[in-house]
Write a protein that binds this ligand. Structure first.
Ligand SMILES: [Zn+2]
Length: 205
């Protein structure tokens, strides 16, 4: 923008959240943009592609990503962000893990959030379990307990209503790339206004 309005725009990598357990970055590769500078992530890192496309890395290789693709990187990875090859925006959320969250050991006999119908396990390792979750339109999930810190990246648009065990309901307007973090030991039910898809990252204590 501004003085560079007619030239290439600066790469877009913005920190959305940072706390003791995680940092969330929003990465956007736009047409006619300078290459994103490779950057190092000190913690384990999960990339969730919200909008897919092709990126030419600084090493020259072509990476093609689809919406909902998830990639995991061990600590210390240098992500070679490169430059957009597609005609339109590629959008991803980069989740970097920091201190392990505290453990919660009780669910009071309630069903766990995962596994469940509509949730496909994408990957699991020492730090995370990643689920690809589809919510059906206007069909509330049964009450369940998220017993781990859960970092949710929405891929769809719509309205989400979270109803908590105390009866409180919170409506949230969702667009692709909306992030919701659920602290551990939370009992709730979710209802989506349309069929909606999210990538949900459970962080292990
Ligand atoms: Zn849930």
């Amino acid at each position: 923008m501004g003085v560079h309005a007619t030239a290439q725009t600066a790469p877009s990598l913005e920190r959305m959240i940072e706390n003791d357990t995680h940092a969330i970055w929003v990465a956007k590769w736009r047409p006619n943009q300078l290459p994103m500078v490779p950057h190092r992530h000190d913690g384990p890192t999960v990339i969730v592609y919200v909008r897919g496309g092709a990126i030419r890395t600084a090493a020259g290789t072509l990476e093609t990503h689809r919406k909902g693709d998830v990639a995991y990187f061990e600590p210390g990875a240098v992500l070679n962000s490169g430059v957009l090859e597609s005609a339109t925006l590629v959008h991803a959320l980069i989740v970097e893990l920091k201190d392990r969250p505290r453990a919660f050991d009780r669910r009071d006999g309630q069903p766990a959030a995962f596994p469940r119908d509509g949730a496909i396990e994408l990957l699991q390792n020492d730090r995370v379990t990643v689920w690809d979750v589809t919510y059906k339109a206007a069909l509330a999930t049964p009450f369940h307990v998220h017993d781990k810190l859960t970092l949710i990246v929405w891929l769809s648009a719509g309205k989400l209503i979270q109803t908590f065990s105390d009866g409180q309901s919170i409506p949230t307007s969702i667009t692709p790339g909306t992030f919701i973090g659920l602290p551990g030991r939370l009992r709730l039910s979710e209802a989506a206004s349309a069929e909606m898809r999210a990538i949900e990252i459970e962080v292990k204590p």
